[in-house]
Design a binder for this molecule. Structure first.
Ligand SMILES: *Cc1c(COP(=O)(O)O)cnc(C)c1O
Length: 422
């Protein structure tokens, strides 16, 4: 069979043990009734039908019980976040008490920096990703300013060498080696949102710790994408949102990891709230704050149940499918997508995402020559949902829970067609 045919794509789907999950998701439809080619799970994951059911359950229980739902709902609201913990810990490869679902991503990043960015005159710098997500840059710069430092002097940004689009591992290690003694915190993305580059998290952590730096990761583009081993990796903290690969509804809550080595340190500086207080005495409403052990001790508020209900539905699918199987399919689908893109052999586009399996996840970033957004607009009209990032990149991501090899094939066919019309 011709390996570039739709038939071949369909045969890959037929052999794919995860293909059965696609039918559990709502795939958005075009005006003509056909399904969109949805390659935007790196921005907003699709809705599992079960999420709707679980949210409805909580609405029913709210109607039925009012405040008593905290104890009498089918899934009582009082401990609701605990229903997510084990499954989320599996997704990121952590121990359950190292993980908590709370707040939103940027808020958690700030809370973690309150505890883990403790600058001194000699050591006040923060090493960040090359071209980080703007919110991360604003967060680290504002933390440096908050402590009285000039952000221009305190922030070191990784840089690619020799005109490359992505940062070589040696260059990261060399930067840590060179500036490590002045760096208070290394805070980079696990997968860069723009280039799709996956960083060597364990090596970065080891190198940072060897220099006396704290190390934290923003895993917005890595959680639910990469088979992370956060406990083994050893970083001090990590934060991630759950509405991208983890399909937990728009603007849903964030995940937060605090390594076990910090679990039993009640004196650690932190911004506290009542939900982080020891749950056995929380409702005594005492004056003295006693934090919960582990990541739960950083909680502030009683959390919103509805987005957590949606998250519970998605995390059940992740647990059933398994991160290893998802990662395996993601790499295979990425290889397949790359082979199709190579085959159209156009000089108007190039892939800036590294090709090695150790350096990418689900996302491929397609750079368009001459920064022309019209190509993106055309493929959108033809039914593709991807995204455009200024100045010149189309990001696509095949999410292994619901994307198919046929989606990849249809996308490349649309792209080829529109490239030839340009
Ligand atoms: C998506 C994303 C964010 C978004 O932050 P919110 O606080 O959830 O709005 C921040 N940082 C990175 C790296 C992201 O990919």
């Amino acid at each position: 069979m011709n390996q570039y045919s739709l038939k071949h794509a369909q045969s890959l789907d037929a052999q794919d043990p995860l293909h059965k999950y696609r039918s559990q998701f709502a795939i958005p439809k075009q005006k003509n009734g056909e399904e969109h080619i949805y390659l935007c799970g790196n921005s907003l994951g699709l809705m599992p039908f079960k999420a709707q059911e679980y949210v409805n359950q909580e609405m029913e229980d709210w109607a039925k019980y009012g405040v008593e739902g905290h104890f009498h709902a089918r899934h009582p609201w009082m401990p609701y976040h605990e229903f997510l913990t084990d499954k989320m810990a599996k997704v990121v490869g952590a121990l359950p008490h190292e993980v908590v679902v709370m707040n939103s991503l940027t808020a958690n990043l700030h809370l973690m920096m309150v505890s883990f960015y403790r600058p001194t005159a000699k050591r006040h710098k923060i090493l960040i990703d090359y071209s980080p997500f703007p919110s991360d840059r604003y967060a680290v710069e504002s933390q440096a300013k908050f402590h009285g430092y000039d952000a221009k002097e305190s922030i070191i940004e990784l840089q690619p060498s020799h005109g490359k689009e992505t940062v070589d591992h040696e260059d990261i290690m060399a930067t840590i080696e060179k500036h490590g003694d002045e760096i208070a915190l290394i805070m980079i993305g696990g997968v860069n949102y723009y280039t799709g580059q996956l960083y060597p998290l364990a090596e970065i952590t080891r190198a940072g710790h060897a220099k006396g730096c704290k190390v934290g990761f923003d895993l917005a583009h890595a959680a639910g994408n990469i088979d992370l081993q956060l406990h083994e990796t050893g970083s001090d903290f990590a934060v991630w949102c759950t509405y991208k690969y983890l399909n937990s509804s728009p603007g849903s809550l964030s995940g937060c990891f605090v390594h076990e080595r910090h679990a039993d340190n009640p004196d650690m500086p932190r911004f506290a709230g009542w939900w982080g207080h020891d749950k056995s005495t929380r409702f005594l409403m005492g004056d003295d704050f006693t934090p919960m052990r582990g990541a739960e001790g950083w909680q502030l508020s009683n959390p919103p149940i509805l987005p957590m209900a949606a998250m519970r539905a998605s995390l059940e699918l992740f647990e059933e499918a398994g991160m290893l199987a998802l990662r395996e399919k993601s790499l295979k689908m990425g290889d397949y997508m790359l082979s199709l893109l190579d085959h159209i052999n156009s000089d108007k586009i190039s892939i800036i995402t590294p090709r090695e399996h150790t350096r990418r996840g689900c996302q491929l970033s397609i750079q368009v020559k001459d920064a022309d957004k019209s190509l993106f607009d055309k493929i959108t009209e033809a039914g593709v949902i991807a995204d455009w990032r200024e100045p010149d990149v189309i990001r696509i991501a095949g999410a292994p829970l619901y994307n198919s090899y046929a989606d990849c094939w249809r996308f490349v066919e649309v792209l080829e067609q529109e490239l030839s019309n340009q």
